[in-house]
Design a protein around this ligand. Sequence first.
Ligand code: HEM
Ligand SMILES: CC(C)=CCC/C(C)=C/CC/C(C)=C/COP(=O)(O)OP(=O)(O)O
Length: 304
Amino acid sequence: MGRKKKNKPPTLRSDLAILTKLNLNTFVVLTNFFGFLLGSRYLHDGDWIFDGWLLFHTILGTACTAFGSAAFNQLMEIEEDARMERTADRPLPARRMIPVNAFGIGWALAAFGIIHLAIKVNPSSAYLAAAALGTYVFLYTPLKRTSSTNTLMGGIPGAIPPMIGWAAAGGNVFDERSWFLFAVLFLWQMPHFIAINWLCREEYEDAGYVMWANGDVSGKFSSRLSVLFSWAIAALGPFAYLRGYCDLTFAIGGTLAGIYMVILAMKFGKAGDRPAARKLFLYTLLYLPIGLTLLAVSWNSLTQ
Ligand code: HEM
Ligand SMILES: CC(C)=CCC/C(C)=C/CC/C(C)=C/COP(=O)(O)OP(=O)(O)O
């Protein structure tokens, strides 16, 4: 997310990509897309045909809201970001962008995103996007300075985008399947972040953040937590199958993909070193497209 190696001189374009956390939010859009796909398949006899324009408006609105929320998050953490090597070269701490400009960009993007969803998609998708922005900016971001529960709270905005997609496709937000999508993303974020958190723990400590990995030199605590959440991820396969959400493809494939995460989390605990933690982090990034694709091909429709 931040630029660590200064291979190329920063440009306005690269600074905007950092301010909006383009890489991370590309994945957010991916989960949004899968939510839409699963909602459409569920409501339309398992058909792969869906409304392309509705999908376009959903992705545009969600992406802009997420980009705007990233700018607000960075506006609130200028001093902390300046103290961490990973984030020191972001445009605000590096003073290449003045806060008022970032504020304007954040406002314009977030307001456009939410209003666009409300007008072009539906009110529930707009409410969900506003809830994601609110929990990210007003709950998670300030909590990083005071409580390690911040990671659980950060899981909330990260898990809402697939629900936005589901609701945009016409799915009921309160349907158990919509909450299942929330659970997939919520659980996934834990090993994903625990690995990064451990890798950057000294920086987080120096910046004054209260995180799970603070003081965990051996990595044992971080590993135990990631093993626990990875087992929960593996259990999503049988759970979805038994609830009738999907067929055996995700039941088996999703479970195996989750078990591999358990193995990597255990190996990280044994080795307690950076390569093992990095492997776990990279695998979490791989799991997401694999797990969501398996879920999409496996997904049952309302009439099945
Ligand atoms: C509790 C929630 C989350 C936290 C605290 C978190 C934190 C982070 C951090 C600190 C990095 C940067 C690693 C680095 O600079 O080397 C990162 C990378 C990444 N995260 Fe997350 N993340 C969370 C949720 C998500 C979600 C919901 C997604 C998307 C679905 C996501 C996708 C990514 C991707 C694609 C990267 C790698 C790209 C990059 O480093 O720019 N994360 N995450
Ligand atoms: C529609 C909408 C608003 C979606 C929001 C999706 C979203 C951005 C989720 C946030 C996930 C998260 C807590 C990332 C870590 O941020 P961090 O700020 O701790 O990372 P950093 O240390 O790199 O700044």
